[in-house]
Design a protein around this ligand. Structure first.
Ligand SMILES: [Mg+2]
Length: 315
């Protein structure tokens, strides 16, 4: 894997996350009146401009674990998630300031001795976007190692299940990973979207597939903005991110559209930003945003380590 492809996705993700953090939970109506146009600080949380959140923290904790172990070690990943949660590791400014309920529960399950792959919640209501927002590194692995649909499914299922074990969450991660893999193969987002409609989903139940029918059977980009929810439900987050990606043609407009949908702004910004980062490249991200990103050198160091580890990972 060429290093720049990793940087494009990870930095694109972190900047989308950071743009959304100050307005997380704000309504679409209030953002319509006062939209985000640049990197700002001290909104929803008392953190400076450029601060990324749990989405990026959990993603880089996963990358650090893979770099250290040269494999996907589920115990170690949960230990690193715990270090983030309890000790503020893998944060932009040395302080954790947010967490999703399902992730917190899963980390709590690990703390009391639950096996890592049994930590994630399986309730239908435990289908927030908390595993989707950190699954990007797995897409690089699946691409680099040319994994089959079956092997991709197995790894995505296990990595999601650390926190989100319901099939709807796993399917959301699987669709996203296949989309990113298509981009890494050289497709643009339009072709990648057509591609993910044609691949093998036979490992998933009809009920779960039905949840994603607006993505897989319709054209999600053709829906009206009023039909696009931007909540933290994993299906809504993936729909919103793809809607933003397919209806814009550069990084800036993609992530600003994502963030200004309101509600779960940081995660929709992060998911859309990762895709736009890969599609348009890091040089397509406004310089003032790249310069304003907190702990940028730290993120770039992890990208370098991950690029080195990627070809020699044992799966
Ligand atoms: Mg967040």
């Amino acid at each position: 894997m060429v290093l720049y492809k990793i940087q494009n996705g990870i930095i694109g993700h972190a900047i989308g996350d950071a743009l959304g953090v100050p307005v997380e939970f704000k309504s679409r109506k209030s953002l319509n009146a006062n939209p985000v146009t640049n990197m700002i600080g001290f909104g929803t949380y008392p953190v400076p401009a450029g601060t990324w959140s749990d989405d990026t923290s959990l993603e880089i904790a996963l990358m650090e674990s893979i770099c250290e172990n040269k494999t996907i070690d589920y115990v170690d990943i949960m230990e690193k998630f715990s270090s983030w949660y309890y000790e503020d590791f893998y944060t932009a400014t040395g302080k954790r300031f947010d967490v999703g309920g399902t992730c917190a529960n899963a980390i709590g399950n690990f703390r009391i001795g639950t096996a890592p792959l049994a930590c994630g919640l399986t309730n239908i209501r435990s289908n927030g976007n908390g595993s989707l927002m950190r699954i990007l590194p797995i897409a690089y692995i699946c691409y680099e190692h040319r994994l089959s649909y079956t092997d991709t499914y197995r790894i995505v299922k296990d990595v999601s299940s650390l926190t989100h074990r319901h099939e709807i969450s796993i399917l959301g991660c699987y669709i996203y990973v296949q989309f990113v893999k298509s981009l890494l193969m050289g497709m643009d987002s339009r072709k990648a979207y057509e591609n993910i409609k044609t691949i093998d989903y036979s490992m998933f139940s009809r009920d779960s597939l039905e949840e994603y029918s607006r993505i897989l059977d319709d054209n999600i980009d053709l829906f009206n903005i009023n039909q696009i929810s931007s909540t933290s439900y994993v299906v809504s987050t993936l729909e919103a991110a793809l809607w933003c990606v397919l209806n814009n043609s550069n990084y800036r407009n993609t992530v600003l559209t994502a963030v200004n949908l309101g509600s779960d702004t940081d995660t929709i910004g992060a998911v859309a930003g990762s895709i736009a980062g890969i599609e348009y490249g890091i040089s397509g991200i406004p310089k003032e945003w790249r310069d304003g990103l907190k702990a940028k050198q730290y993120l770039l160091r992890i990208c370098g380590d991950f690029a080195d580890a990627l070809p020699i990972i044992r799966l």
